[in-house]
Design a protein around this ligand. Structure first.
Ligand code: NAD
Length: 236
């Protein structure tokens, strides 16, 4: 892949081996919750305490888990190859902690909170930000409640202009650990294909959009990605 422009899109599957549950586990629930109850603006409106506590649990959990060999392999690929744009649907910070830089978080981040009035986001990971109580901003004259800095269902993903520009212009598009259910992320492979890119998937099982890819590698990302990265770096 030397000299080629590469885009990698990761999903919840890449963090599974770190102990972070994926979105659709076998029971169709996310950490025992229905998605509609925790990941929509309506849920936040109807039951902010429940939604807040759900994300506070995810934010606390993030401190206890570590990047796995798949995160490390991607960081190595970025360093050695030099022209890799990394887009993630994940809200955890395991790519950064695995050594990746310039990660595009299209669905937001757990480590930041967003002021509901000013819409400014701030890194809020001190002890006082991680309790079950709501956190107030320090940017408004009258402090406002902060919400999770997460893109919920029905909201617009972040950095879409930058993402389409990278995908439109890439030679190789690689997806790791994503079920192909959540749009627009799931449609990016079709954009890349239409632009003539080679498309590669690494996933535990064949996801619903598997036929959109030129190559499919099934298995645990932490087990198969390090070797795949070596072959990609050796390819001319
Ligand atoms: P998803 O949960 O819908 O799909 C995960 C995919 O990963 C599945 O196809 C599964 O087979 C595969 N998988 C599971 N373990 C794997 C492994 N060890 N190696 C490789 N693949 C594996 O995830 P999605 O497509 O990313 O969409 C879910 C949404 O949920 C995203 O928007 C994301 O923001 C959010 N989410 C994020 C996290 C996180 O930040 N870690 C966790 C759960 C959900």
């Amino acid at each position: 892949m030397r000299g080629k422009s590469v885009v990698i899109l990761t999903g919840a599957g890449i963090s599974a081996e770190s102990g972070v549950r994926t979105f659709r586990d076998n029971d169709g629930l996310w950490e025992n919750h229905r998605i509609e109850d925790v990941a929509t603006p309506l849920a936040w409106y109807n039951d902010p305490v429940m939604v807040w506590r759900f994300y506070q649990a995810r934010r606390n959990q993030m401190q206890e888990v570590e990047p796995n060999p798949a995160h490390l392999a991607i960081a190595e690929f970025q360093r050695e190859h030099g022209n890799v744009t990394l887009i993630t649907q994940n809200v955890d910070n395991l790519h950064e902690r695995g050594g990746s830089e310039s990660v595009i978080h299209m669905h937001g981040k757990l480590e930041t909170l967003r002021c509901e009035s000013s819409e400014e986001s701030y890194v809020c990971m001190n002890l006082e930000h991680l309790s079950p109580d709501f956190v107030e901003c320090s940017c408004c004259a009258e402090p406002s409640r902060m919400r999770p800095d997460i893109v919920w269902f029905g909201e617009m993903p972040m950095f879409m202009r930058e993402i389409y520009e990278a995908v439109d212009n890439c030679d190789v598009f690689i997806v790791v650990g994503s079920s192909g259910h959540v749009y627009p992320a799931a449609g990016l492979v079709d954009v890349a294909s239409q632009m003539g890119a080679r498309t590669i998937l690494v996933n535990l099982e064949e996801p619903m959009n598997a036929e959109s890819f030129d190559e499919v590698h099934t298995g645990k990302a932490g087990e198969i990605l390090p070797a795949l990265v070596k072959t990609w770096l050796d390819e001319v």
